[in-house]
Ligand binder design. Sequence first.
Ligand code: GLN
Length: 384
Amino acid sequence: MNFAANIKSKFPKVGTTIFTKMSAMAKEHGALNLSQGFPDFSPPASLIKAVSHYMEAGMNQYAPMAGLTSLRERIAEKMYENYSAQYNPESEITIVPGGTIGIYAAIASVVKDNDEVIIFEPAYDSYVPAIEANGGKAIFAELKFPTYKPNWDEVKKLTTARTKMIIINTPHNPTGSILSAQDMMKLEKLVKDRDIVILSDEVYEHIIFDGVEHQSIARFPELAKRSFLVYSFGKTYHATGWKMGYVLAPEALTEEFRKIYQYMAFACNTPMQYAFAEILKEKELYLGLSEMYRERRDYFVNGLKGSRFKLKPSVGTYFQLLDYSKISDLGEMEFAEWLVKEKKIAAIPVSSFYRKNDNHQVLRFCFAKNNDTLDKGLEILCKL
Ligand code: GLN
């Protein structure tokens, strides 16, 4: 008898992530991979040099659980300069191995049996499993197609005595939409006098276009005092494979966060922490990111003029949604599979960011690529 076969799955609805699946399919079919979000260019040379330097200098043992003090101090300075927000490096900033762990640990530190967590669909794929693994229940609000804007009246209606957390994400993966200052103020009104924690996924904070300012939750003191903020060095320094990020929260929340985080990862990569503490001083590197990615977005968007795709506006992130309804009647998954097998180009079906059956004939393409790569993609896409 097969023992494993008799164990009931804890997560019967969860399969392998769409990013893993599509990247594997792209490899198998020799396709251009514009699916999983990662740049095809290198981190800054000075960053790579600094990591090697600190490895060779012997910084190879455990870092403090919450992270190197020097790195946390640089992050506190950056938060103050960018968002006029004060975070105590000692008690309110924790360095973690990537945004996904940060999100999981933040959820695990507050959500328990039957707590409700409101999330917006389409939603990044790690939220629901993290909520459910901790006994919580995901409650779905909608970022309504085609504008993907939140409806705060709907959110208010979904709020109950059991609501423990609301998760927001701006700039938003996969849609490239953003939350405005008005959105934040509506959220503030909604949670006022309620014990609701907010998790703000801001990993694309520096990738926002056309002069629009990122509305970090840190800019809103009434919200910040109840919020976890999650950031990613991988997105900012083209180093997604290094799995490094950080989580900010007021002291009381950080205390809870560290209670569980210390038993998940304990600490993260020491030489990289030294290197990030140095490179954060080169502010032009992150301040220049919006312009660098705006050029790539525009290159991709202009290249699609004359194609049969309809484009959704991408105001932030390094993703562009393309509506293929004039090209095919297939559902998103089927069309994405056909594209990768027959046309040798991989993208992400937006339906993978929904629990319900949703299909608007839209695929997500990653434009964090060199022009050569984008040219190859455009050649294929313009012929469809
Ligand atoms: N965040 C990346 C994306 O949206 C992928 C991360 C992952 O593969 N888990 O494509």
